[in-house]
Design a protein around this ligand. Structure first.
Ligand code: R5P
Length: 300
């Protein structure tokens, strides 16, 4: 027990001339959330820049050992210290990611069908207690607006939001687009807005050249840009730069990082663009120079 406070009353300083600070919160739409939720969001998004570079390696949950992810222990562990958050399954987390890394975890919380079946036929795939046990910073779920099992995937998300709200864990909704659907601003405005209206705390969506700023403007929570299929490094860096300029709060990229010739240099280049507003061409120069230093061949 501490000893009783025997300081003289006259020696105490209550700073009566200073009103108590009431700081806001740096992430859009998140000011009214509870302390634990804000703490977790502040681990994913850097409070200084307001942005995140999340690394997505959860592809195996429906497509098995994806190119670049055949051996997460070999290929991905060197990238982990560079990621603001790691998006992955609980199986890969527990088997392969050292808890000592302390990288914030965004856990894949939906699943069911493989690439051999209808992908929108998902269910919740992680119990909230297990998410707490893993000390995750967010829960991630696909939402298939316009998909065959649209209602179920939306309901999965709202149940996950209810569970997350109960324990202060944010939910990241991923707008999953069916092969046959048009990827345009009109579709993504619809999908992102539905996710946010129904409680998602973060939305992950694809970049579109025409009207991306209308998607971020009409979505009241932070949007992170999904990487999508592999492109030339300059194109991927340009896409990330434009997304951030047009209102995204960062990126959640997978293949455009881990399928690159030098994934560590690539994620560092993406960080420059997202956090430091470095021009894509300058970030590419950094990437090419890093590769050269390591004797890795030139890229397209
Ligand atoms: C969505 O289907 C999953 O989250 C993906 O595994 C991941 O988002 C894909 O990342 P990328 O398209 O950047 O490889």
């Amino acid at each position: 027990m501490p000893e009783a406070d025997k300081g003289k009353e006259s020696a105490k300083n209550f700073h009566l001339d200073k009103p108590q600070k009431t700081p806001g919160f740096f992430l859009k739409g998140s000011a009214s959330l509870d302390w634990g939720m804000k703490d977790r969001l502040s681990r994913i998004f850097n409070p200084k820049t307001g942005k995140t570079v999340m690394l997505a390696i959860d592809h195996g949950y429906f497509q098995g050992p994806t190119t670049g992810l055949e051996r997460v222990d070999v290929n991905i562990l060197p990238l982990v210290p560079q990621a603001d958050a790691l998006m992955l399954t609980r199986g890969m987390l527990r088997t392969t990611i050292p808890p000592t890394s302390n990288t914030p975890i965004v856990i894949r919380a939906s699943g069911g069908p493989s690439i051999l079946k209808e992908l929108s036929d998902e269910e919740l795939a992680v119990d909230i207690e297990d998410a707490i046990r893993m000390n995750v910073s967010a829960l991630a779920i696909q939402v298939f607006i316009g998909g065959k099992f649209e209602t179920r995937s939306v309901h999965n998300m709202t149940r996950l939001v209810d569970m997350g709200n109960r324990y202060g864990i944010p939910v990241l909704a991923v707008t999953a687009v069916g092969q046959e659907m048009v990827r345009d601003a009109k579709y993504f405005r619809l999908a992102c807005r539905i996710c946010a209206e129904l409680g998602a705390h973060i939305v992950k969506t694809y970049y579109v050249e025409d009207g991306f700023e209308t998607i971020t403007a009409s979505c009241p929570v932070p949007i992170v840009m999904a990487g999508g299929k592999k492109q030339a490094p300059l194109d991927a860096l340009t896409m990330a730069a434009k997304a951030v300029q047009e209102g995204a709060s960062g990126v959640d990229m997978g293949r455009n990082i881990f399928q690159e010739e030098d994934p560590v240099a690539m994620i560092k280049a993406v960080r420059k663009v997202v956090h430091n507003k470095v021009k894509p061409k300058e970030a590419l120069q950094y990437y090419e120079a890093s590769k050269k230093k390591q004797g890795i061949g030139s890229s397209g």
